[in-house]
Design a protein around this ligand. Structure first.
Ligand code: PMP
Length: 395
């Protein structure tokens, strides 16, 4: 018993310390998050917090695809993919994925987190080096830690720093460079051309995380690499179906040897139950829809450009955002919480983001825009953001 109470005391103290730093988190009951207006604890708010960039999470066509899949294939996948869980919808979805991404091979896995942790830890080990942008997503960091490879973090988007780190490693070492394309907390975009040049010069493998770019960039919505015509230069592309595509799960595409290897070595694919048929049904439909969503992509870009310009014009610091993810830099933790709370009272759902998700003293309130939002709603929100920003002295 004494042993248990020691654990309880330590953990309670740690939670208290988090509370004192305004860094303690809790779960909040949210209804209608798939819609442009949601309800948090009974209050209706404009949803500026979801990753539902093309408004597909509540789409009737996806709902029907899910229901149809359940009727044909049941609810559960019953086992991992390597046992008997690779139901026919996986095969169909992966064929569609490969066509859409113009890839040689591809695989669908349970989530973006699972993809990053699994791919990096399968490919690299103690003798390898992984070069990772300082602002890469936590799942990339966790993949590197799990791999036991040497972890070299380069300053955010700083290719001179990356090159200096690459030069320090022996030529014969296997090297992997990994980056988000759209960065999830700053809303800026990696210099993919520069990264391709470096990976070629130093004979490294390049992996990109297109979680926030899939569906949003490129003529067919396949991501930022497509938009830059660099798809064939990137060795490993991962992205998610859970954001712009409105569903759930993630993909990895690349050459056949890579995907064959992952099927043999990716522990987060091998040792977990396959996705339910319903999810695959909606993935197939969303791959079809997203390719025809040029109009929605354009409205999303127009709306986000307008939102960012208005914030800048009013004196907010939006970091270097150039996408649908728009942070307002606030600084201290309690100030970002206060900012978000006041916005919520005004009817706007936006989330405070604090360390360790972002660096110390760089707490922010993060807004995300979707194509489903109306210009009037954005104008209404801007008025309130400016009002709260002024009242807190943020501008
Ligand atoms: N990569 C990035 C850049 C992300 O932002 C996220 C999720 N927020 C993930 C990976 C993980 O994806 P998932 O939510 O599907 O696990």
């Amino acid at each position: 018993m004494e042993h248990v109470s020691r654990w309880e005391k330590d953990i309670t103290d740690e939670l208290l310390a988090l509370e004192n730093q305004s860094a303690r988190r809790s779960l909040v009951l949210t209804e209608n998050a798939d819609q442009t207006w949601l309800t948090i604890e009974g209050q209706r708010m404009l949803n500026l917090a979801s990753n539902n960039y093309l408004g597909l999470a509540g789409d009737e066509r996806l709902k029907h695809a899910m229901i149809e899949a359940i009727q044909h294939y049941g609810v559960g996948s019953t086992s991992s993919r390597l046992i008997v869980g690779s139901h026919p919808l996986y095969d169909k979805a992966e064929k569609e994925l490969i066509k859409w991404k113009h890839a040689e091979a591809g695989i669908i896995v349970n989530s973006g987190y699972v993809a990053n942790v699994g791919v990096i830890s399968a490919l690299t080990g103690r003798d390898d080096v992984v070069f990772s942008d300082k602002l890469n997503h936590a799942s990339i960091v966790d993949g590197i830690v799990l791999s036991r490879a040497k972890h070299r973090r380069y300053r955010h988007k700083n290719l001179n720093h990356l090159e200096a780190l690459l030069q320090r490693e022996p030529i014969e070492k296997r090297k992997l460079i990994v980056t988000d394309t759209v960065f999830s907390m700053d809303g800026d975009i990696a210099d993919l051309k520069g990264l391709v040049e470096l990976k070629e010069r130093y004979n490294a493998l390049l992996m990109v995380d297109e979680a926030h770019a899939t569906g949003v960039y490129g003529e067919n919505g396949t991501g930022y690499a497509e938009m830059e015509h660099l798809q064939s230069k990137v060795d490993i592309q991962m992205g998610t179906f859970s954001k712009a595509l409105g569903s759930y799960g993630a993909y990895v595409v690349g050459e056949k040897w890579l995907i064959d290897y992952l099927i043999n070595r990716m522990r987060s694919l091998i040792y977990t139950t396959a996705l339910p048929p319903a999810v695959l049904g909606s993935i197939i439909k969303s791959i079809e829809i997203v390719q025809q969503a040029g109009k929605e992509r354009q409205s999303l870009h127009d709306l986000t450009y307008y939102f960012r310009s208005e914030l800048l014009r009013n004196g907010f610091n939006i970091c270097s955002s150039e996408t649908q993810i728009v942070p307002i830099l606030v600084g201290e933790n309690d100030r970002s919480i206060q900012f978000a709370k006041l916005l919520q009272q005004e009817g706007i759902a936006a989330i405070p983001v604090r360390p360790p998700t972002v660096p110390e003293k760089e707490s922010r309130v993060r807004f995300t825009i979707t194509s489903a939002q109306a210009r009037e709603d954005i104008n209404w929100a801007l008025d309130r953001i400016i009002y709260v920003g002024k009242s807190l002295g943020v501008i």
